[in-house]
Write a protein that binds this ligand. Structure first.
Ligand code: SF4
Length: 287
């Protein structure tokens, strides 16, 4: 892992995501190295984007900049984080996320945290103090460790995430579970989805879900797994299939209704999936 310290001019960025006013990303890049991660498509530093999972830039002066910004910016909801995992391993030592949360919450901002790491439990003292201003989501794509090891090679295992989310539920924090991305032939089976829905219901977590997003940068990453025979190009192609998406939406809605669980497609205003010609261009002669 290559680690570098950088200086930034801005800590809070306007967010284009629904329900968020700002985004705060303490790090550039993410050591969890999920093979489907499309955060790389939004990462300004090209060398980090193209070596995803192997390079991390620490925003060394983030706390200093944030301290100034919270005094002049309009209060709002801050997504922590949108293009990195705020609790990836380096956070244990750096504590930028922890300090940023403290500043944001002390200054009247709300925070919406999304992670795959139980390290968030460390900050429960701050989060419970501002219980009405915080929501926390865990991404759980599958509860099967063997599958997670392939698609999220360096992230904590799903069972560890599930345990951490249960602990947050016990603290009566506002929690949710993000089931995404759903990838054809990997985690789109009824049984796998059912396990996650049952777990969410047990701990009373709202459920959001999303499908594989085929950004060009993601295709480049997935291509190496197709070459190794781990994924098939047909499966990837299927992720843009409207009928497949429609059937899954129906399945998830029905499974959630059966156990009376609140569930929602994460991006209602979804753009059209990548077109076939572009997809073919990426795969033809390149594997
Ligand atoms: S944890 Fe999130 S940001 Fe990090 S690699 Fe995985 S999908 Fe990307």
């Amino acid at each position: 892992l290559i680690i570098k310290r950088i200086k930034i001019k801005q800590a809070l960025n306007k967010s284009g995501l629904p329900d968020l006013d700002y985004a705060l990303n303490p790090y550039v890049g993410c050591a969890h190295a999920c093979i489907y991660c499309y955060a790389r498509a939004y990462t300004r530093y090209k060398e980090v984007a193209s070596n995803w999972g192997q390079m991390i830039y620490i925003k060394d002066n983030l706390i200093e900049v944030l301290t100034r910004e919270v005094k002049r910016l309009k209060k709002g909801i801050v997504g922590v984080s949108t293009i990195t995992d705020p609790y990836q391993p380096i956070e244990e030592k750096e504590r930028i996320t922890r300090n940023a949360l403290q500043i944001l919450l002390d200054s009247g901002f709300q925070v919406s945290i999304q992670t795959k790491s139980p390290l968030v439990i460390r900050d429960v003292d701050i989060l419970t103090r501002y219980i009405d201003k915080v929501d926390i989501g865990f991404t759980i794509t599958t509860l099967r460790d063997d599958i997670a090891k392939i698609i999220e090679p360096n992230a904590p295992l799903p069972r560890e995430r599930a345990r951490a989310l249960s602990k947050l539920a016990d603290k009566e924090l506002n929690i949710w579970l993000f089931l995404g991305p759903i990838i054809p032939g990997v985690n789109d089976g009824k049984e796998q989805i059912e396990e996650i829905i049952e777990f969410a219901k047990n701990i009373d977590a709202r459920l959001y879900y999303d499908f594989l997003r085929l950004k060009p940068e993601v295709i480049v990453s997935l291509r190496t797994y197709v070459a190794k025979g781990i994924l098939s190009s047909e499966a990837i192609e299927k992720s843009r299939n409207i009928k497949w998406r429609h059937e899954l939406k129906k399945l998830i809605t029905n499974l959630c209704a059966r156990v009376d669980l609140e569930c929602q497609y994460a991006f209602q205003s979804d753009k059209k999936p990548i077109d076939k010609k572009t997809l073919d261009n990426f795969f033809t002669n390149s594997i």
